[in-house]
Structure formats: structure tokens, C-alpha cells
Design a protein around this ligand. Structure first.
Ligand code: C5P
Length: 234
């Protein structure tokens, strides 16, 4: 099996990200570049991490009109990222445009298309959050509805909370890849992640990839932490 650990490079500067990536490369399967690092260090940081040979997950959660999302996905594909995120709440036309754009841009560049991952309901959202924006469903119903729509729109992967993996696995085809944050080993200090699973539990529940931030980058020895997590799931 491939190494399913995606280490989140949630650091503010390119230098810190490159240092962390150098240190972790042998122990993880990919690096996640999110909004903070991308906005401060730009596309150059994606190129630098890719130049080391590592896989990159560009987590910018695109949500816009289909044409704009398609162009952003094409640009990310030209940057040679292996995974990227869009919001499924942008609707089926937006999702189809994103997937097609990834396929077309990859073909032009002569490489495999990145995995376009659909984000359903943010884990920070509650039933009250959905109600205030006019959505009558509860969060669980809404996650399942958006997941079905994403698969019907041609997406090959979803980002989900660890506690949604089992329910999603029941309703989506087995080829759809599930990527989950909210992973905790049990040995780190409590923080803002409330509903977590251990790496082993998440893989057993049916996750393909684990996005792990603080349990790796915020400990004294990130490399050892990543190696321990990997051992726990092999
Ligand atoms: O430090 P931690 O392991 O909590 O980091 C998890 C990563 O996954 C962060 O980059 C965070 O923004 C992201 N994430 C999350 N929960 C979600 C979606 C993304 O923690 N529902």
C-alpha cells in the first residue's frame, strides 16, 4: 500500500515549509499546502516542494462560478499538484467543470490528472450554521447529499470528517477516495479538534488518506512522530 499520511505544512513561511518537507519526506506520502502558506509563499512553494519529488495536495477549497473554478483547477494542474480541493456546495455544473478541466489540463501537460476532492460540509459548521444560510437539512443529511452529488458529477474523491467515513463508505462507490483530517494519536495535548479518530481507526473505517498537522509538525521531533504513525497503520 502507498503511504497514506499527508503532512499539513501549516507554517507561515516558505523556509519553514521546505525545512519540514525535507525532514519528513521519507516518512510521509504527500504534503498539504493550504491557504496560509499559499497566500504568503505563492505558487513558488508548490514548485519547490514538487521539485523534491514529493506529492502535493493543494488545499485551496475553490468555490466560484464554473468557468473561474475550471481555470483555477487548470492552473493548479499545470503546477503539477497531485490532489486539490473544491467545495461541493458549488453545485454539479461547477464540479463537472472542475473535473473536466483537471483532465484536459493534465492531458495537455502529458501527465495523470490530479485527484479533485470535494469538500462537503465544513466540520466547523453545525445544524444552526446550515439553518442560518437557509439549508433545512442537518449536517449529516447534507454531507450525504453533497457526497452523492459529487460522485454523480464525476469527482473521484471527497474530504470528510473521520466520523463520516463509515456512513460515506455505505453510499459511495469503492473507487472514490476518502481523505480525512481530524486525526489524533492520543498522545498529543488537547486542541481544537474535538471529534477525532486515531490513524489506525480511520484507515480501518475506510479512509484512503490521513491529513495530519499538529501531531506531526508541532512536536519536538516531527520525523519520529510521522514514523510512529506510519508503523501504527502498517
Ligand atoms: O493540526 P491538525 O492535524 O488539526 O491539522 C489538520 C489539517 O486539516 C489542517 O490543515 C486543517 O486546516 C485541515 N482541516 C481540518 N478539518 C477539516 C478540514 C481541514 O482540520 N474539516
Amino acid at each position: 500500500m502507498q503511504n497514506p499520511i499527508i503532512a499539513a505544512l501549516d507554517v507561515p513561511t516558505a523556509e519553514q515549509a521546505q525545512q519540514l518537507a525535507r525532514d519528513l519526506a521519507p516518512a510521509v506520502g504527500a504534503f498539504k499546502i493550504g491557504k496560509e502558506l499559499f497566500v504568503s509563499a505563492g505558487p513558488e512553494i508548490v514548485k519547490k516542494i514538487r521539485a523534491t519529488g514529493a506529492n502535493v495536495f493543494l488545499d485551496l477549497k475553490f468555490h466560484d462560478i464554473p468557468n473561474t473554478v475550471a481555470k483555477a483547477v487548470a492552473a493548479a494542474t499545470r503546477l503539477d499538484v497531485q490532489m486539490l480541493t473544491i467545495h461541493t456546495s458549488g453545485g454539479s455544473e461547477m464540479m463537472r467543470a472542475a473535473e473536466k478541466s483537471a483532465q484536459d489540463a493534465a492531458k495537455t501537460c502529458g501527465r495523470p490528472a490530479p485527484l479533485v476532492l470535494g469538500v462537503t460540509v465544513l466540520t466547523s459548521a453545525t445544524n444552526a450554521t446550515l439553518a442560518e444560510i437557509g439549508c433545512g437539512s442537518d449536517t449529516e443529511e447534507q454531507v450525504l447529499r453533497l457526497a452523492r452529488l459529487a460522485v454523480a458529477s464525476g469527482l473521484r474523491g471527497l474530504v470528510c470528517s473521520p466520523l463520516e467515513i463509515v456512513a460515506l463508505r455505505k453510499i459511495i462507490p469503492p473507487h472514490v477516495q476518502l481523505v480525512t483530517p481530524g486525526i489524533r494519536t492520543g498522545s498529543e495535548p488537547a486542541d481544537d479538534q474535538k471529534r477525532t479518530l486515531t490513524p489506525r481507526e480511520a484507515i480501518q473505517a475506510g479512509a484512503n488518506w490521513l491529513v495530519i498537522g499538529r501531531p506531526i509538525y508541532a512536536v519536538a521531533n516531527p520525523r519520529v512522530a510521522a514514523e510512529k504513525i506510519l508503523e501504527s497503520i502498517l
